[in-house]
Design a protein. Structure first.
Length: 113
C-alpha cells in the first residue's frame, strides 16, 4: 500500500478514530481541530472547554456497532478508556421496559412494557 499524506478534519470521536487508524496503516496524518486540544492528565479533562460543542461534558455512549468496532480494532484505546474511568454498560439492563436486538451489530430498540 502506498503511504499518503492525509488530513482529517475534526477531533471528535470519528475524526480521532479515523486519524488513529490511518496512522496505524502507515499514513502521515494531520488532524485539524478548531478547538484547542486537551493534552495531559485525563483527570484535568473536565476543565477543558470546547465552545463549538455544547454537550461536550455530558455523558456519552457508543452505539453497539461503535463499541464492537472499538473493541475489535482499537482494543488498546478501549482498555485506556476503561482505565480512565469509562464504564462498559449493558443498556438492556439499564433501560426501563424491554429491549430487543435484531442482530449482534444492530442498535437496541427500547419500548415500554
Amino acid at each position: 500500500m502506498r503511504r499518503r499524506a492525509v488530513s482529517v478534519v475534526g477531533g471528535g470521536v470519528a475524526g480521532l478514530s479515523a486519524a488513529l487508524l490511518l496512522a496505524r496503516d502507515g499514513h502521515d496524518v494531520t488532524l485539524v481541530e478548531r478547538d484547542r486540544l486537551h493534552v495531559g492528565d485525563p483527570t484535568d479533562a473536565p476543565s477543558w472547554e470546547r465552545k463549538g460543542i455544547a454537550h461536550f461534558l455530558q455523558p456519552h455512549a457508543f452505539i453497539p456497532r461503535g463499541r464492537l468496532e472499538l473493541r475489535e480494532h482499537l482494543r488498546d484505546v478501549y482498555d485506556v478508556l476503561l482505565a480512565a474511568g469509562a464504564h462498559d454498560v449493558d443498556l438492556r439492563r439499564k433501560l426501563p421496559g424491554s429491549c430487543q436486538r435484531r442482530s449482534k451489530t444492530d442498535p437496541l430498540t427500547a419500548s415500554e412494557s
